[in-house]
Design a protein around this ligand. Sequence first.
Ligand code: XMP
Length: 508
Amino acid sequence: AVLVLDFGGQYCQLIARRVRECKVYCEIKSYKTPVTELAKKHYKGIILTGGPKSVYDEKSPHCDKALFEMGVPVLGICYGAQLMAYTLNGKVSSSEVREYGKTPFQVKNLQSPLMQEVPETSVCWMSHTDHISEVPEGFETIASTKTCPIAAMENRSEKLYAVQFHPEVEHTEYGQQILRNFLFQVCDCSGDWIMSSFIEQTVADIREKVGSKKVLCALSGGVDSSVAAVLMHKAIGKNLTCIFVDHGMLRKDEGDQVETVFRKQFDMNLIRVNAGPQFLEKLKGVTDPEKKRKIIGEGFIRTFEMESRKLGKIEFLCQGTIYPDVVESGTGDAAVIKSHHNVGGLPKDIGFEGIIEPLRNLFKDEVREVGTQLGIPENLVWRQPFPGPGLGIRILGEITAEKIAVLQEADAIFREEVAKAGLSKKISQYFAVLTNMRSVGVMGDGRTYDYTIALRGVTTSDFMTADWARIPYPVLERTSDRIINEVKGINRVVYDITSKPPATIEWE
Ligand code: XMP
């Protein structure tokens, strides 16, 4: 394995992901881990991440010189590079200005193992204030930028390498090549690791942690919680119980599908709570979007608690947290546009010994890959994101059972048509919204006065910003025709052509 030693940089996980993309297994550990402990692991290589501080700052994270004397190849990135220089008696200086963004980059030594197949000039991504101003003894500069003469250095015989820029971000043109070079030219990794090894490893870890104790999982039917639950089930079988709170505002037939997959296919202990009527009762007369979210979120937690209490003592709670969730919840000062209260997100204090998050280090596409390997059906693994409050926030105004049924039908038609056109994986999220607006229409010889359905489709990679999807007219046309003909109560269909920002993806 390769070790990613975390000095608090924001790109730590991204480095790990890039390593996994090279089919090399890697672990992340804190810089606080003693070198003696690291030595026992016989890592093939160690990558030091960036970090927010200056090496001269007393409070900044430092490392033991012994780290560089174990005979294990080391690659320092950004702060990690400076730390290498500093620890080995080179010199690090502070610049007046921060160098930030895409920067032309020149390789000085094309023979360097780290620079194999990297052209003499390309573009790298910089984000730093300090820089290495003098290489330590035995080191040589292998790349430069205009303002940063020592953009990369090496001590080839000791297998120590350092880069001031960030090879892990896409903006560094040959970043992945440089990482590959470190892994394959320097560390001699074999590159045969696959996602199924992640499954094996995680199953073993879970077994060790849980033993014969019991675990509870809140299943929402979404990709993350489903994959987490199946992984957990693989590890501990019937000692896992899943509670699936069906709040009655899922997409058409979704509740039954979830039940079929988990109960029939995987033979899991599954408790499905059909709480639709209770939720509707609480939502009666409520039209404010944030109030709806709050009621649904709280209702979910109360229902979950009530059911879990019936089960007696359960030691662990399993959650489908994935890496982007960890990052997003880390930015504390953004304005609240919507309380994205994830209905799967339970309060931490409901009496568990511990929480297990087996997918915490994975990105979404990796979660899907794990799900596929675990044998979860394709339509579930590739399910588009669905907000916790469900159709509750896609029905503008008061929610009623009739409106839910209308929206479920319209939404199912839209999804069917998109799938038939082979577009389901191309559009990040697409759905129907039941607006609260009625308008006049004519059907046959009669006047109608019915609701409008809005269709929404977006493309995005991170859901923070999004563009409206250019769905081909014929697909929209068929969807519209079918909704008008097949769904009672709808006489008009519109397509939402707003991007985010200024609009959000959901309508509420
Ligand atoms: P917006 O509407 O803010 O949505 O552009 C961005 C992404 O988040 C999803 N979303 C939610 N997910 N609980 C959730 O679990 C919520 O209350 C919620 N609101 C929005 C939305 O579907 C989109 O993928």
